[in-house]
Design a protein around this ligand. Structure first.
Ligand code: SF4
Length: 350
């Protein structure tokens, strides 16, 4: 089977660790995910990412620590003010401890996100970090997933024990949300300026998004010195204004994951590539980050997502094993062999 010369050149560039540009990203995204060419793109991303880190994957955990009707009003999120059914609540120390022990008891959690709404109580968040720091093993990093934040606050958060930040300028930011794209990007820069690692994502991808919109969104992170990139498809959460628009397939998501991986893998800081929500096609297409979730989750109607959409640590280990990863990395980059015996030892078989 012959492939287009342009595709061959792009794949050769990727193997030679040469950065891809926007036009090449656009070309790759325009390829049908059911085609032979898509198979080549996904396999190339898969091989390159795995070769960069000894066939390792990482498990992240996320705990929603605060819920309130969110002024972000994102039309796809279950917490948006105006359509949320959730009552305001906060996780207590005992519950946080219980959830953290369940995430960390085997010592193979790379990092734990503490997530709030767009607006959050800084004092409470700092207390939560201090408390989480006491419980987290030294091989688990603490990261934040919070709203727009200034430089001084990020410095304070870093001092309390956070090392990485998840922040995105979403597809449709400012149109499908009440937030300003420029503030989202400024927050990403603030995190980097505070000396924090930045993890971003092209999200939330829906069937209506154009290739140009995806390219613009992907390159916000690709041009900022991020540590990790990712792709997330929009989940049509019942009760949210966007639920009626449906969703893209996991195969299309895997194709987008592969393209983002190829466009960012040359960044010196990039070794890990994420996908939301976890799916095997994407872990065979360049993704190697999986996230276990507990507590509040913007893609779920249940107040504790671990009882519904969220995957627990055991299911995460099992999915990584099934997708052929042979190591789990801890937050200090040490490796644990991921094999059948490890699944047995950690009670991760079905
Ligand atoms: S996605 Fe985040 S900012 Fe937007 S409504 Fe949900 S919690 Fe708020």
């Amino acid at each position: 089977m012959k492939i287009e010369q342009k595709l061959q050149q792009i794949l050769d560039k990727s193997w030679s660790n040469i950065r891809l540009n926007r036009e090449e990203c656009k070309y790759l995204l325009s390829i049908d995910e059911t085609s032979y060419a898509s198979g080549l793109i996904r396999n190339t991303a898969n091989s390159i990412i795995r070769s960069k880190n000894d066939n390792s994957a990482i498990i992240l955990g996320q705990i929603g620590v605060e819920i309130s009707p969110c002024p972000g009003k994102c039309k796809f999120c279950t917490f948006g003010d105006g359509h949320t059914k959730f009552e305001p609540s906060r996780i207590g120390q005992e519950e946080l401890q219980e959830k953290m022990i369940s995430f960390c008891k085997e010592g193979d959690l790379y990092a734990l996100y503490l997530m709030t709404m767009h607006e959050y109580d800084l004092e409470n968040f700092l207390n939560t970090i201090h408390y989480a720091k006491k419980i987290a093993p030294p091989t688990t990093q603490l990261w934040s997933n919070i709203g727009d934040t200034d430089l001084d606050t990020f410095k304070e958060i870093k001092k309390a024990g956070i090392t990485g930040v998840y922040h995105v300028c979403r597809l449709g930011e400012g149109i499908d949300t009440s937030l300003k794209p420029e503030n989202r990007i400024k927050t990403m820069q603030n995190a980097l300026d505070a000396g924090l690692e930045l993890y971003t994502c092209c999200e939330p991808i829906g069937p209506e998004h154009t290739i140009d919109q995806l390219v613009d969104n992907i390159f916000i992170g690709a041009e900022m010195g991020i540590y990790q990139h990712a792709a997330m498809r929009r989940v049509p959460v019942p009760g949210t204004p966007f639920a009626k628009y449906g969703q893209i397939s996991e195969l299309r998501l895997a194709h987008i994951v592969a393209v983002i991986a190829l466009c960012t893998v040359t960044l010196p800081t990039m070794a890990y590539m994420g996908v939301h929500e976890p799916n095997q096609l994407s872990y065979a297409s360049g993704a190697n980050i999986i996230t276990a979730e507990s507590g509040a989750n913007p893609r779920d109607c249940q107040s504790d997502t671990s009882k519904n959409r969220g995957m627990d640590m055991a299911r995460c280990r099992k999915m990584l094993f099934e997708c052929g990863f042979t190591n789990i990395r801890r937050g200090d980059e040490s490796k644990i062999p991921l094999d059948f015996e490890y699944l047995v030892k950690t009670n991760s078989l079905d």
